[in-house]
Design a binder for this molecule. Structure first.
Ligand SMILES: Cc1cc2nc3c(=O)[nH]c(=O)nc-3n(C[C@H](O)[C@H](O)[C@H](O)COP(=O)(O)OP(=O)(O)OC[C@H]3O[C@@H](n4cnc5c(N)ncnc54)[C@H](O)[C@@H]3O)c2cc1C
Length: 401
């Protein structure tokens, strides 16, 4: 029986393992952590967004510059196939209001438990607390364990070591120098789906940290999207910001900062807004007047006063204009460790079309460690599952024929 090693027990590695077990291989799965799928588990905390139900054409376009590279793998395992796979594992899925797909029950833990149980029944051998270190001079794979260093040989291997965000989950990107030493081209890891720093005043930092700014339109780089974000001590984060994070990060990298425009009153035309706030104010303060006339309060109001120069605080035309286009300057992305995911990784140039490393025969790569990025919305997990599956299939084919 041919033996394969999977290193990394996240969604990509487990999917590769499943395919290889189905094809009759002996499968040994190694992970540095004491248990599998730690990032998958934290992904399930706010609801495990497995994939997305929009048209496949739209879905695939979300991978931006990486679409062409990922398309063959996603074509073979599209969102519909992922949903069918989850159902077969015992987890029906449903489509949320925004088109995002979740398992009924939302959580990742029951799904991971059932999946690991099924893999064990199929014959997978798990080796936890085994940190992969690279290769020895005989090309055996080296692992650091509590009992000291061990090595393992196999007919082929799949690396599914994850990106570099949230390193406490095990994906700490320590594989980068190991692969670089073998001549594998790696694009530097960068934060993706991340928050950003803003030079808030003390007032915003202390009074509004943690508060949501809901139902605003964010405009950047000619694109506009409606959604919400959270004010943090250092800046902003949340789904609306993540949707723009790649473009914002790149703009900051090239120009030193990026300025977003917020339409805080997207349901009001500029004319209606001006007409409403041009009414007689009487003795009311401007804040209480705006609250009464247009319902502006809390974090949204605080953002307006944060941006508007003090001498304009009674200038109705300026207030109206700023409520429709409020500029907010972002000065830095939050560090990779805090991000939801990472951009960069093993370059597609370093891989053949089957995801095998050109520099290291019979070693395949899958998941977030590859050089692609996508917004949140289930796109990350779908591509991890799809590339894991492709790497498993292609390794099996290579070893069988
Ligand atoms: C807070 C949060 C929420 C998220 N929510 C979603 C969501 O709802 N939907 C979505 O699509 N995506 C979501 N994601 C992203 C998604 O979880 C990841 O993209 C996905 O887990 C990556 O899968 P992977 O198998 O490539 O890598 P990982 O899941 O990171 O697994 C890599 C594994 O490799 C192991 N490893 C690393 N180095 C070594 C080594 N040297 N030796 C041995 N083992 C090693 C690690 O311990 C880890 O178990 C979320 C991420 C975060 C942080």
């Amino acid at each position: 029986m041919k033996k394969v090693l999977i290193i990394g027990a996240g969604p990509a590695g487990l999917m590769a393992a499943e395919i290889l077990l189905e094809k009759g291989f002996q499968v040994d799965i190694y992970d540095a952590m004491p248990s599998a799928g730690r990032k998958f588990l934290i992904a399930g905390k706010g609801g495990l967004n497995l994939t997305h139900a929009e048209s496949y054409e739209k879905f695939i376009s979300r991978y931006g510059n990486s679409t062409a590279h990922l398309k063959p793998f996603l074509d073979d395992f599209p969102p519909s196939a992922l949903r069918a796979w989850a159902q077969e594992l015992g987890f029906e899925t449903f489509v949320g209001s925004s088109g995002k797909v979740f398992p009924i029950g939302m959580g990742a833990a029951p799904m991971l438990r059932a999946w690991l149980e099924r893999l064990r029944q199929q014959g997978a051998n798990f080796h936890f607390r085994h940190r992969w270190l690279g290769w020895d001079e005989k090309n055996a794979l080296r692992f650091d364990t509590a009992q000291g260093e061990i090595s393992a040989v196999a007919d082929g291997a799949i690396l599914a070591l994850g990106g570099g965000s949230r390193p406490k989950t095990g994906s700490n990107a320590a594989w980068i120098p190991v692969l670089e030493a073998r001549g594998v081209k790696i694009a530097p890891l960068k934060p993706s789906n991340c928050g950003f720093d803003i030079s808030w005043t003390e007032h915003i930092r202390t009074r509004f940290e943690g508060q949501a700014v809901k139902s605003v339109n964010l405009l950047f780089d000619g694109k506009s999207k409606r959604g919400e974000f959270i004010i943090t001590k250092r800046g902003i984060e949340g789904s609306l910001i993540y949707a723009f994070s790649a473009a914002l990060r790149d703009e900051i990298e090239s120009k030193g900062s990026a300025t977003i425009q917020l339409d805080m009153m997207p349901d009001w035309s500029a004319e209606k807004l001006i007409a409403s706030i041009s009414q007689k104010r009487g003795s009311r303060s401007m804040s209480s007047f705006l609250k009464k006339r247009i319902g502006l309060s809390g974090a949204k109001a605080a953002l307006l006063w944060e941006v508007l120069p003090r001498e304009k605080w009674n200038d109705i035309a300026e207030i109206g204009e700023r409520l429709k286009t409020l500029p907010i300057k972002l000065i830095a992305p939050r560090p990779l460790e805090e991000a939801i995911s990472s951009a960069g990784g093993v370059s597609f140039d370093a891989l053949d079309e089957n995801l095998m490393l050109k520099a290291i025969p019979n070693v395949f790569c899958a998941g977030e460690m590859l050089d692609w990025e996508a917004p949140t919305g289930g796109y990350l997990l779908t591509a991890c599952f799809a590339t894991g599956r492709a790497a498993g299939k292609n390794l099996a084919e290579k070893l069988l024929f």
